[in-house]
Design a protein around this ligand. Structure first.
Ligand code: GDP
Length: 366
């Protein structure tokens, strides 16, 4: 065993088995900064290779945290709370205090009220059994809110270690790179990527002589939308810029398709405006409810894209769930895709998503 860690992902470097994590050819060991073949390819060709880690191994690694003392910083993707919140996180973090961080706020439309986002995140975490000390909103990519968060981390860690946890694709590597860049000026210290599952092993970033900030492995959540779609489709459904809400005036018995990945039927209620918050590249299609099944059956992957061909091979069938909404303005949230805001009133809708992906309701963020 060679005692060197990959500068990209933190895996132990080995030169024996190209199929296992941390593989690097002998020649790579001569470089000052060694990175494994997988990170090398990722960095230079933006290519992802599968690594045979199982979800249980990730959880096992994370489990080590509960026996240590420190501050937990849990990142979630504001756009995919259900998909990016680690279920059972309490068990993993032990009694350590937790700061919850909502990342990717740069894609939220201006109409969204940040105060409401924070309240919602806090409430949603509580419903999952996690009491958090505080909630912060950041954009790791745009370096927004990071300074405030850094200060809070420094205050609340009280001289102890910091563990950054999150599921794959929440932007954990980007966050840590931004942190490092802000303090040391080093760019891209950790490999980032578009695709889930690229951070392995613990990465240890010294905070002072005795304590460190640890980047932990990204936990894989199977029901994340990101796992059901091809890399190309992931680029389409992931918002890259501020979302421009699209408004549809709908009568009952009309349907909206979000590509062919989700569907919303307006079963009953007064004519209302449905405000759709999805990636600007998402193709939204309106039709009559009576025609919706046919359209889906005959035009999935053509008129209704994404899915593209590759996604179609692994996409589970759509599953329906009916909601009666009587409250104030409400968001119907399609985890990992976006949400539709419906006005106050008495309406019934049926939402469809690939089996395993979550649909939930929340008080509107606007
Ligand atoms: P990790 O798997 O949690 O380490 O996530 P990465 O840091 O690799 O990021 C996953 C994806 O989210 C990449 O495509 C990033 O470009 C993107 N991302 C990360 N942070 C942000 C952010 O603040 N805003 C936006 N819009 N995208 C982000």
């Amino acid at each position: 065993m060679i005692d060197i860690q990959c500068q990209g992902c933190g895996a132990d470097i080995q030169t024996k088995d190209p199929k296992q994590p941390g593989y690097a050819p002998e020649s790579a060991l001569e470089r000052e900064e060694v990175i494994c073949k997988r990170c090398f390819r990722l960095k230079h060709y933006n290519e992802v290779q599968d690594v045979p880690y199982h979800d249980d191994d990730f959880l096992e690694m994370l489990n080590q945290i509960s026996s240590n003392e420190g501050l937990i910083v849990q990142l979630v993707d504001i756009f995919d709370f259900n998909g990016s919140f680690i279920s059972g996180v309490r068990r993993l973090t032990g009694n350590n205090p937790v700061i919850l961080v909502g990342n990717k706020m740069d894609v939220l439309p201006k109409s969204v009220n940040p105060g409401k986002v924070k309240l919602w995140l806090k409430k949603a975490a509580k419903e999952q059994g996690l009491k958090v000390e505080d909630v912060y909103l950041i954009s790791a990519e745009k370096n927004q809110g990071i300074e405030e968060l850094s200060k809070a981390i420094d205050q609340q860690r009280k001289g102890r270690d910091v563990y950054v946890v999150g599921t794959t694709n929440v932007g954990k590597s980007t966050f840590i790179n931004t942190l490092i860049n802000n303090t040391s000026g080093v760019k891209d210290a950790i490999t980032t990527s578009y695709f889930p599952g690229t951070t392995l092993g613990f990465i240890d970033i010294p905070l002072d002589e005795n304590t460190s900030l640890y980047d932990t492995p990204g936990v894989i959540q199977r029901h994340q939308m990101a796992h059901y779609v091809s890399d190309q489709d992931l680029k389409v459904i992931t918002p890259r810029k501020e979302i421009k809400p699209k408004v549809y005036q709908l009568n009952d018995q009309q349907t909206l398709f979000f590509g062919g990945l989700a569907r919303l039927d307006f079963d009953s209620g007064e004519r209302s405006s449905f405000i759709c918050h999805f990636s600007n590249e998402m193709n939204i299609h309106r039709t009559k409810l009576e025609k919706a099944d046919d359209l889906y059956e005959n035009h999935l992957g053509e008129l209704l894209t994404p899915p593209n061909e590759e996604t179609l091979e692994k996409l589970p069938p759509l599953k329906a769930q009916t909601f009666k909404i009587k409250d104030d303005k409400t968001d119907i949230v399609f985890s990992g895709l976006g949400w539709v805001t419906v006005p106050e009133g008495d309406i019934t809708v049926t939402a469809y998503v690939p089996e395993g992906v979550k649909v939930s309701l929340r008080e509107s963020l606007i």
